[in-house]
Ligand binder design. Structure first.
Ligand code: CTP
Length: 429
């Protein structure tokens, strides 16, 4: 997310920094300094092994606070530190995090101060792992990381490079500035202090599943909950956009402060979109629109008179393609691609075929991704030549923020004219 020009939105934000045992423990001092520079009040907890690498005194001197290692230690000023400490913070960062602490967090083990703090805390958690490449790539670690991501923990993946042990590969602690930037983004989102970088924009977004009637009581539909689209709508409104949502059937709760129009079939959704489109400056097709509908919808309930019946299906209107085909230079058009194979190649093809400015691709075969989940993992591919942005598995509310960052970036660019689009061969045939 674009940084706010004033740093003091973070003034006094209470952040806990947990440090585990590893060579990278010394880099935690830089993370601490970065957080303090932004205005955060940071308290530090260390595992016993971390103290073998860096003395608690270093962090005590930097933070001006007692560093908790063992809450049973006689010198600990707070007898129930894991509760008071964990429940007063607005963000818990673990940097560096070892395979061991990740395993403990994933399995709810609370046998030291840091793991007890994790369990007792309700604050968002940001983990920056650092370990040997084989340990990072071990199926057990991968399992634990996936489980924590599904629990809503946000990870800053380790960097590739030469490790202290001499091996080359992923496992190096991410740069302290990146860790601090990710922390700022979480604090910004959770504190409700949001940059108004979509002020003046009018977002029109389709959400949820369409229903294509077979008869008065039955329909063809899909599992879309509407959660991803609603998360984008909500985040866009908080960032200053005027938001209109055209929703099919949804099970997720619609956010407040948006204009919501229900349109259940693809045809109804198409009509509602076309009606609202002249007002819009950004269109996002987040709905799972049926590609086919029954060619005839029976007027009365279909009776089970035959042993089998055949239902003829016909194509529905492609809302997204029709919007993009208008070639409006003042309209940013973004689609979704729910894929089960060749995800990026298929999404790129869809981006080109539908003449979109960007497409958000997800592999709906993966656990925790796509329909009816709280989390998502996507890749945003834009046609302006920028490298695709991979968004690892995280809550859909956070994915929405990153998608909107790309919307803001694309909006800042001058859109090519219709003529240029034809010359560049991107105009829809
Ligand atoms: N979409 C739409 N109208 C349709 C079908 C899809 O607006 N009738 C939009 C969706 O909202 C999404 C994008 O198109 O943004 C991709 O939809 P998807 O079904 O994944 O792709 P299709 O174009 O239908 O291609 P295919 O089914 O071959 O994957």
């Amino acid at each position: 997310m674009a940084q706010d020009t004033s740093q003091n939105v973070f003034q006094g934000k209470k952040v806990a920094l947990g440090i585990c045992g590893g060579i990278a423990a010394y880099k935690a001092a830089e993370v601490l300094r970065g957080l303090q520079k932004a205005g955060c009040a940071v308290r530090v907890a260390m595992t016993a092994r971390a103290c073998e690498f860096v003395q608690p005194l270093t962090f005590r001197a930097l933070s001006g606070e007692h560093v908790v290692v063992d809450d049973y230690a006689p010198d600990n000023p707070d007898p129930i530190a894991h509760i008071t400490f964990s429940q007063t913070v607005e963000l818990l960062i673990i940097a560096p995090a070892t395979a061991n602490i990740i395993g403990k967090f994933a399995n709810g083990i609370a046998d030291d101060f840091l793991s007890s703090t994790y369990l007792a805390s309700t604050a968002p958690v940001l983990i920056a792992p650092a370990m040997n490449t084989s340990m990072w790539e071990h199926p057990a670690t991968k399992r634990n990381v996936e489980r924590l991501k599904a629990d809503g923990v946000i990870f800053i993946e380790p960097d590739d490079g030469e490790m202290a042990c001499g091996t080359i590969g992923p496992g190096r602690l991410s740069e302290p500035e990146r860790i601090v930037a990710a922390a700022m983004e979480i604090l910004q989102t959770t504190s409700g202090v949001v940059v108004q970088d979509l002020a003046g924009e009018k977002l029109l977004i389709t959400v949820g599943a369409t229903r294509e009637p077979l008869d008065p009581v039955r329909f063809l539909s899909n599992n879309s909950s509407g959660r991803m689209g609603f998360a984008i709508a909500d985040a866009a409104r908080k960032r200053g956009a005027k938001v209109s949502v055209i929703a099919g059937s949804t099970t997720a709760e619609a956010p407040a402060g948006i204009a919501l129009i229900r349109a259940f079939s693809a045809a109804e959704m198409h009509a509602a979109v076309m009606n609202a489109l002249p007002e819009a400056s950004i269109f996002i097709g987040a709905a799972a629109v049926a590609d086919y509908r029954p060619a005839q919808s029976a007027q009365q309930k279909i009776k089970k008179t035959d042993t089998e019946i055949t239902i003829k299906l016909e194509r529905t209107e492609d809302i997204l393609a029709d919007v993009a085909a208008l070639n409006r230079d003042d309209l940013l058009v973004i689609g979704f691609a729910a894929e089960t194979e060749n995800v990026l190649a298929n999404a790129r093809e869809k981006l080109r075929r539908k003449n979109l400015d960007a497409i958000v691709a997800n592999d709906v075969m993966r656990e925790g991704v796509g329909f009816n989940t709280i989390t998502n993992e996507v890749t945003v591919i834009s046609r302006d030549g920028k490298a695709p942005i991979h968004v690892p598995l995280m809550p859909k509310t956070n994915v929405a923020t990153i998608i909107l960052d790309q919307v803001v970036r694309l909006r800042a660019r001058v859109k090519p004219t219709s003529h240029q689009r034809v010359v560049n061969g991107r105009k829809k045939a």
